[in-house]
Design a protein. Sequence first.
Length: 241
Amino acid sequence: MLEKLGTADRPESHFHDSSLDRWIEDYGLAGAWSGSREDMLRAVFASARDRGTGGTGVFGLRMQRGSFCYFMEQVDRLYPGRATDVERIEAAFGPTLFVYLRRPAKLAQAISRVMAVQTGLWHRKADGSDLERLGPPRAPRYDRDAIARHMKELTALDAEWEHWFAQEGLAPLRVSYDELAGAPQDTLARILVALGLDPSQARSVHPPTARLAGAESRIWAERFLAQTPASQQAATAARQP
């Protein structure tokens, strides 16, 4: 939605893989440079800033926790001597607004992830066609152990973000998945306000994607809860940030 505005940024998962070689490949820089690792990183970061800005003056970066530590190691190589991670990030990208998007309902999130892994479909366009498919189409199969494992992993990732925010003294702009899915234009307007941009722009933008969850997701959730002792459900709920 930010990209569709044409005035904010073009946010992408620029550093999704924990591999400099993959970054170089992503930006078409293979064979286009020579020199030190720092030279390579500077070329990658310059390409990321150019692509993620899209001529708007605002750079957008979507960062997932699983690739964050490797990303910060590379930022530290380029900007050593800074006291905090935030100082290093702002040395690379300028003044930064941190927006924390999370899904509090970890069971629903885990089911969505298991279904995506099994079916190969990770994102769907608003018209119902595939947007991102990473594998051949397959029917989903209920797997309680996989759901439980992903719930544990996703909860741990949330805890790592919370620890990092506390470590850095950050109060990010918090956005929940349910808030974004239920009122996308209102949520976008709130982000635009935080960016110092005109929130009225949000009224003209519609989500380019559709939700994947449906009746089967609800059936899986009911089945999982029926197989989970009440004491374990309570303990899981108590651990949610």
